[in-house]
Design a protein. Structure first.
Lengths: 193, 193
């Protein structure tokens, strides 16, 4: 059964009739990912947009062998690399499960069915892509322009919960330093408080 | 009178009745920009999305006093910094006219009227933002990861017309080098052909 949280998440943007809820229930399919499996591997076309019922993923770029984590996704977030999904071209970004995940995903073709058969479907699509757009630009701009200290501070204030769930290794990759430098940053921040 | 090219550009994505064309004609207002005036200045909220009837603009970031041009827009392109326009927050990007421009612009509030009063309006909005999203990510990724040579080569193959219209100063800023280095790149490329 499609999770109530997915329907609520859609209903937070548009209204849905019971018939439309049934249609949506048939368009999204369950997919489980084990920890460290890929939702989207390097060079693959992103064929699905998913909704995270349970679990945690990270988004990263493989820059000449160095992994740059630029975003995390968790319960009740949508997960997708729209840059690959929208034009259906190979992805330069990678999405990996950091915990066992329960996802509900919709294919690119079925999303077009959603747009056509749900009365507010196009509106929902527009608003989601607008949100993703603004959020991704912030994430990428920060990746390229913020200092490691700044990135750690922002993570601390915006996602304190993630610090408990994500390994030091992946937090260091997000912050943009080696794991040993991360502990220096933590010391500086916490001793100045 | 709203230009036929703007209506055609919308009709390339959705169908429009004559009544809807009239509505659109009232929502878009004319705006002229002189060469080097700003469509959007640093720190301003981007209040309008525009359609370029005539002219040329550049998009750039001011990074500690150094201007990084990451995109150009010309006739029959839409012009907007959606990152600021969508959430109506101050812009970190700047949009400047490189030639005298004739624009037709719609305010954020009137765009919501467009979405509600044009039957395919939401669909149009979704598709435009999808295109902008994919294009902007390409532009920003290239800015941060491509070599100056690569960027010049791409500009040469994708927008040969722009090389005639844009000053060497702004091309150098787009490529990511000082103007004197640009002539070295040009020499290398053209002597190896």
């Amino acid at each position: 059964m499609i999770p109530e949280a997915l329907i609520s998440s859609i209903r937070s943007l548009i209204s849905l009739s019971e018939d439309e809820v049934d249609v949506i229930g048939r368009l999204f399919k369950k997919r489980d990912l084990k920890k460290s499996e890929f939702f989207l591997a390097d060079g693959q076309v992103c064929k699905y947009a998913g909704f995270i019922e349970k679990g945690l993923v990270r988004y990263y770029i493989n820059a000449d062998g160095e992994e740059k984590t630029y975003e995390f996704g968790q319960e009740h977030n949508f997960v997708c690399n729209y840059e690959s999904f929208l034009p259906q071209t190979p992805s330069t970004k990678i999405i990996q499960a950091l915990e066992d995940c329960a996802l509900w995903q919709i294919s690119h073709a079925d999303l077009q069915v959603f747009y056509q058969s749900v009365s507010g479907g196009e509106r929902f699509g527009r608003m989601v892509i607008e949100q993703v757009f603004v959020q991704l630009l912030k994430a990428l701009t920060s990746l390229y322009t913020d200092s490691p200290e700044n990135r750690y501070q922002k993570l601390l204030s915006e996602h304190p919960d993630l610090l408990q769930r994500v390994s030091q290794y992946h937090i260091a990759s997000y912050v943009g330093v080696k794991p040993q430098s991360l502990s220096r940053i933590r010391k500086r921040i916490f001793s100045s408080k």
